[in-house]
Design a protein around this ligand. Structure first.
Ligand SMILES: C[S@@+](CC[C@H](N)C(=O)[O-])C[C@H]1O[C@@H](n2cnc3c(N)ncnc32)[C@H](O)[C@@H]1O
Length: 288
């Protein structure tokens, strides 16, 4: 039986609506990924050469999606700040909200010739590579503890020719990297125990190590701020992505660690998503 593209697309949407609020988008993404089919092809009902074998491959991917594997893992890459990053089991999928953190850091770096930038908890490398590529003079180092995530981090940073230095190590150990930095940024694990109990099935397939910020979700903000504030150059900026509703607590953590000009930035959904604090420029002594 010959199936038209419109019929195939329609059937896919019906299957996918059981697991997603965006069945049209996901159906198109699967068709694009597997067969290179575009929206224009669907609209014009072009008949691609879909062998039984190819349809079988599509069925396998649909079954994976119906078992609540994230679409991004199935496709094997996802876009962040206009570039593709390889993703799969073991690494956090880059989120659009995280682009707000990249933008804040890039704004801060404007006009600085060879700033030293450190990212803690690098995951796929979406932040580190973006900053290095969008601010070509920056010397960017990134630290990641999970060997599974680190494999994606190095692969992405190398594929994009970002020049980022990737370190497999613990962000809770300041011995992993030498020197002081103009900017230290992190999108650390920040979900609380309650958040973890309410996760969507797809998010449960992402690594716990990328998500869980201990009982109140604030563990990494407390630890990283206390540990790394002394590795900021005078006038240097510490920048965090934060979870919904964490802004007052994280602002307090920044201030009690001696950082000034604490600023917040909202994401497209109006949620305060990024907090930054600056080390006083006249700071000659280390902050206690
Ligand atoms: C929320 S994800 C962020 C990933 C990526 N930066 C992004 O924005 O998509 C947090 C990352 O921190 C890593 N991680 C957790 N604990 C860590 C630690 N102690 N040291 C270094 N990395 C850690 C996780 O493996 C995960 O890749």
């Amino acid at each position: 039986m010959v199936i038209s593209l419109k019929e195939l697309y329609g059937g896919l949407k019906v299957s996918l609506q059981n697991v997603t609020d965006s069945p049209d988008f996901e159906a198109k993404e699967l068709l694009r990924h597997l067969f290179g089919i575009t929206t224009a092809d669907i609209l014009m009902d072009r008949r691609p050469d879909l062998s039984e074998e190819k349809l079988g491959e599509l069925e396998t991917l649909v079954q994976r999606r119906l078992s609540r594997e994230p679409l991004q893992y199935i496709i094997g890459s996802w876009e962040f700040y206009g570039r593709e990053f390889a993703v799969g089991e073991g690494v956090l999928i880059p989120r659009p909200d995280t682009e707000v953190l990249a933008e804040q850091v890039l704004d801060y770096l404007k006009g600085k010739e060879n700033p030293r930038v450190l990212e803690l908890c690098g995951g796929s490398g979406c932040l580190a590579a973006t900053i290095a590529l969008e601010h070509p003079g920056a010397e960017v180092t990134v630290v990641e503890k999970s060997p599974e995530a680190f494999a994606y981090l190095t692969k992405n940073c190398e594929a994009l020719k970002s020049g980022v230095r990737c370190i497999l190590g613990d962000a809770l150990d300041t011995g992993v990297v030498l020197g002081d930095f103009d900017c230290i940024l992190s999108n650390p694990p920040y979900l609380s125990a309650k958040d973890m109990s309410e996760l969507e099935p797809e998010v449960r397939k992402e690594p716990v190590m990328a998500l869980y910020g201990e009982e109140d979700g604030l563990f990494f903000y407390r630890e990283l701020t206390a540990l790394w504030k002394n590795r900021l150059l005078p006038g240097g900026m510490l920048a965090y992505e934060i979870g919904m509703g964490q802004h007052d607590d994280v602002a307090e953590i920044l201030r009690t660690n001696g950082l000034n000009n604490v600023c917040q930035t909202r994401d497209c959904g109006g949620i305060i998503r990024v907090l930054t604090g600056v080390k006083p420029a006249d700071e000659t002594l280390k902050i206690d």
